[in-house]
Write a new protein. Structure first.
Lengths: 347, 617
């Protein structure tokens, strides 16, 4: 018997060590990515993480008890030659009541902060800025009400200021998610959803659509740029201004401008303050391109914004992002290069 | 078996084997048909899973394009839920419930056959979409308004709608049948609180099916009208709230989770006592917690919708009810541990799977409590954390138990044993490969990887675990091939099974393996829970001969009334298939579609008419 229990002790110790290795191994293998939530950079996600950590440790305790009892029973009570028949216990009411009440108490402990946090998240902050987010198949539009700034796939916010996000959808259901800053909120057509967060770290943070929204759901990402108040104000001022004039020295861009205003691009895109031969670009189906050259990525973050990538994109959108709603306008490679140079110059 | 069918009901000619299976109304044969069909569908669902993991094995992979990937993950979910786990449970309902309650068949044997054929045809209708290159692609949950004609113009969604409608009819008919069977067909003395727990959990499941499926049906009817007749149920521009679909879907969809997991709870509650050689610990608590889960399962649906924007009050209420449902689930887990504790545990394959179920399902239950906390769910929902969670519930839970159930009842079904050594290798490889595949999905959830994306860029920190998970998935696939080999090989070459190979406790072990067509030569009179165990080891006075020959076969079976075979259920189900196919064709604009639909109605009417006027003795 003594020998048996020594073996058992070793087995249990071994299992515990293995478990610890797995948990620690896991820890070193996650947490470093641009969308990892365990080092939040925004108030909303920080609150969630602070709520999750105690729930996680309670879970570890429950996990250890159940798996421990399970392994112990299966090893300890396994049938050996000459084992006596077990006593046919039918149950124990006191035990039943105990293991009903204890989990109920644990769950009650989780429920209280849960409800408090839900209520807090639903409030509108008294100060801060408001950003209107519109989900489109498959890109994001960011409107700054009162500022006449409309941006795509790139959201700028000042640090330390509550950001109240109003969510609208232009087509199907999407879900707005910036993992490091805030939890998700669905973007539902015909419904006014919102969330708020305060960014407390400078830098760029990747966000992504989290509700399946059709063929290119995977490529509906965006970047949140958290800036100092001064940088943010400068960005706003720059983007409020109409499009910059194309320097006539940039021959390629000048040609691209002509192509852009004649090939049909203006049916879907806006470039404010620009007019070519009486044609204005006022389309509101696709992203606003007034300052597209100052962004970092195109097509829902499929490609980094470079002149070469822009050419690839306008030449054959389907090859870059199969299923995209941007039509192939049949531009020649030369025309595509010209349009790319034009767009790239719209800083 | 052969002489049974030839003499059955005085039929004087010998039918071919195929005709015998096509016209059978024997619950055991229908159970076996369900088993083979759903294992075939499970294989297809598994192949789709391998395709998903292959696409995600490296960043920016081009193995499947976005359109194909969306079809593959939609079909993987749809098949695994509607065509694998649910009908695998139905296989056990069919085979076991009459045997466990001491009945000779189900209440409505021909309706039972109809359920099977409707299930088969509904499944084939959905699967046939692959042949037309138009597999459903809007997710198994099919959120409106992505499914409306504007955003899903092809017939992909139409296959999904009409396949599911036919499957829904099959499920409700089957649930009604088992509900009536369990209430009305119990052997004398088989009081409710003496019923085996598998039968109890099946009863709760039957109620859930009857109440939950209609909600899905309504949603699908509305979607059909939107797509075919221009109604505006899910058209936001006309003022519709697309969230209506989500309510209808999840009022079905959450009970559905328990529809998939309660019968496995029942299987575990049979396997653990048998191999611990001890009664189930806390039988009434296990039964009542099952009933409590059944009730509560209708009050938690909006926890699938925390991020939809229902408001803080609704979210708080549904968080609380979700916390509540964890309590009876926990009670069950503790009672299973109590059953093992102090037992004399025989380590055989079914016991390993049952113990594996307890361990793995607990992990899924714990992560479920995490999502119940609404703010935590704002992070975890629609991320890989949730993918990990429900695979622990449905694979680590349901399927582990079902595999254990197959090893356990296989000898009763086929009269042969599966190889225990191969079974144990299967168990350990499944356990390791399953955890390799799904545990790291928790890590990916922490790393912010969303669900249902066909690709991901490099540099997200997701490469390592995706690669590791895919390797785990291939390993899991290989392990299931071992199971397939064991299953098929044992049909012909397994050791001959005795009537009672595991020293069982319930009535199905008191009759020969496989059971005769009439099940019980003498309908037993039940005096206690674990009736068969009491017969064998109980205090009631019996001679040694009685104890070893508890339910002898009868010499002349013709005196036992059994329902005659019938092909009308097959015809009626075929009519449903015609109607479904006609509707899908109409979605494709084919002129002939209404004729096919009409022909389907006529065939259905003919089947039901023949069925109604068929002499049944």
């Amino acid at each position: 018997m003594a020998r048996g229990s020594g073996w058992l002790k070793r087995a249990v110790t071994g299992a515990c060590v293995a478990l610890l290795v797995v948990i620690l191994g896991g820890c070193s293998f996650f947490g470093g990515g641009p969308q990892s939530v365990n080092h939040p950079a925004g108030s909303n996600m920080q609150t969630i993480w602070n709520l999750f950590v105690p729930i996680f440790w309670m879970s570890v305790v429950v996990f250890a008890i159940v798996q421990g009892v399970l392994l112990y029973s299966v090893i300890k009570f396994r049938r050996k030659p000459g084992s006596p028949e077990p006593y046919p216990t039918h149950g124990n009411t006191k035990l039943e009541i105990t293991w009903t009440i204890i989990p109920a108490l644990v769950l009650a402990v989780i429920t209280v902060p849960t409800i408090a946090t839900v209520t807090d998240f639903a409030k509108k902050p008294d100060t801060g800025i408001t950003v209107q987010v519109v989900g489109h198949q498959w890109w994001w539009e960011f409107d700054y009400p009162g500022e006449q700034v409309v941006d795509a796939d790139e959201m700028h916010v000042p640090i330390g200021v509550p950001v109240y996000v109003e969510l609208r959808s232009d087509d199907v259901i999407h879900s707005f998610w910036i993992p490091k800053l805030a939890g998700k909120q669905d973007v539902v057509p015909n419904q006014h959803n919102h969330l708020w967060f305060t960014a407390n770290e400078l830098g760029t943070f990747r966000g992504q659509c989290a509700e399946f929204c059709g063929e290119q759901h995977a490529n509906m990402a965006f970047t949140v740029v958290v800036q100092s108040q001064a940088d943010y104000d400068a960005w706003l001022a720059h983007n409020k201004a109409p499009a910059v004039a194309i320097p006539s020295s940039n021959d390629l861009a000048m040609k691209g401008q002509q192509v852009f205003f004649t090939a049909g691009c203006v049916g879907c895109h806006t470039i404010s303050g620009m007019e070519v031969n009486g044609v204005k670009a006022l389309g509101d189906v696709g992203p606003n391109l007034t300052h597209v050259g100052s962004r970092t990525a195109i097509a829902g973050e499929v490609l980094p914004l470079t002149q070469e990538n822009l050419a690839k994109w306008v030449h054959n959108p389907q090859a870059v992002k199969p299923g995209t709603l941007m039509p192939n306008l049949g531009l020649t490679q030369e025309q595509a290069n010209q349009v790319a140079a034009f767009l790239e110059s719209l800083k | 078996m052969a002489q049974v069918t030839t003499t059955q009901q005085g039929a004087q000619y010998r039918r071919s084997i195929i005709w015998e299976w096509i016209t059978t109304v024997d619950h055991k044969k229908i159970g076996i048909l369900y088993l083979f069909t759903s294992l075939f569908f499970f294989l297809i669902g598994g192949i789709l899973a391998m395709m998903i993991r292959t696409q995600l094995i490296v960043p920016d992979n081009t193995f499947l394009g976005p359109a194909t990937y969306n079809e593959v993950f939609t079909m993987h979910g749809t098949i695994m839920i509607f065509l694998a786990v649910m009908p695998l449970n139905a296989a056990f309902f069919n085979f076991l419930i009459p045997l466990q309650i001491g009945a000779r068949d189900v209440a409505f044997p021909r309706l039972n056959a109809f359920s099977y054929w409707a299930f088969l045809f509904g499944g084939l209708l959905i699967l046939s979409s692959f042949l037309f290159g138009a597999a459903p692609n809007a997710g198994w949950f099919g959120y409106a308004n992505l499914t409306t004609l504007t955003y899903s113009p092809g017939i992909n969604v139409d296959f999904w709608i009409f396949g599911l409608q036919i499957l829904g009819i099959a499920s409700v008919a089957s649930a009604l049948n088992f509900f009536v069977t369990i209430i009305n067909m119990r052997a004398p003395g088989m009081r409710m609180m003496r019923m085996p727990v598998f039968t109890w959990m099946s009863l709760v499941t039957a109620v859930l099916l009857m109440l939950a499926i209609p909600s899905l049906t309504i949603g699908l009817v509305e979607l059909t009208f939107d797509r075919y007749f221009g109604t505006l149920f899910f058209e936001p521009n006309a003022g519709a709230s697309v969230v209506l679909w989500q309510h209808l879907f999840w009022i079905f969809g959450h009970p559905e989770v328990y529809i998939m997991v309660l019968p496995p709870f029942g299987m575990i509650s049979e396997i653990l006592p048998t191999f611990s050689r001890k009664p189930l610990f806390g039988y009434p608590f296990v039964v009542y917690s099952g009933i409590a889960i059944g009730f509560l399962s209708f009050g938690v649906w909006a926890h699938h919708m925390f991020a939809v924007g229902l408001g803080p009050v609704a979210n708080s209420v549904f968080a609380t009810t979700t916390m509540l449902i964890a309590i009876p689930t926990g009670v069950k887990i503790f009672n299973w541990l109590g059953t093992l504790w102090g037992g004399s545990i025989v380590i055989k394959t079914p016991l390993l799977f049952a113990a594996g179920f307890v361990g793995m399902f607990t992990i899924g239950g714990i992560s479920g409590v995490m999502h119940a906390s609404v703010p935590v769910d704002y992070w975890q929902t629609d991320s890989y954390f949730v993918v990990a969670h429900f695979h622990y519930v449905l694979f680590g839970g349901s399927l582990m138990a079902i595999l254990g159930g197959i090893y356990y009842w296989y000898p009763k079904m086929f009269g042969r044993m599966m190889n225990d050594k191969l079974g144990k290798i299967h168990f350990w490889t499944v356990l390791i490969a399953f955890n390799m595949t799904f545990f790291p999905m928790h890590f990916l959830g922490i790393d912010g990887m969303p669900r249902r994306i066909y690709t991901y860029p490099d540099g997200m920190g997701w490469n390592f675990w995706n690669m590791e998970e895919s390797i785990g998935a291939y390993f899991l696939g290989l392990s299931m091939l071992l199971f397939a080999y064991n299953f098929i090989h044992s049909l012909r070459s397994g050791e001959i099974a005795p009537a009672d190979p595991w020293d069982g406790r319930t009535l199905e072990w008191s009759i020969p393996s496989p059971p005769p067509a009439y099940n019980f030569a003498v309908v037993p009179t039940v005096t206690s829970r674990d009736e068969f165990w009491e017969m064998k080891y109980g205090s009631n006075e019996q001679t040694a001969d009685q104890k070893t020959n508890l339910n002898p076969t009868v010499e002349d079976e013709r005196h036992i009334h059994l329902p005659p075979p019938s092909y009308f259920p097959l015809i009626a189900a075929g009519g449903l298939l015609g109607m479904g196919a006609g509707m899908v064709m109409h979605g494709d604009g084919m002129a002939v579609s209404w004729y096919i639909f009409g022909a389907g109605i006529l065939v259905l009417a003919f089947g039901l008419f023949g069925w109604s006027f068929e002499p049944n003795h």
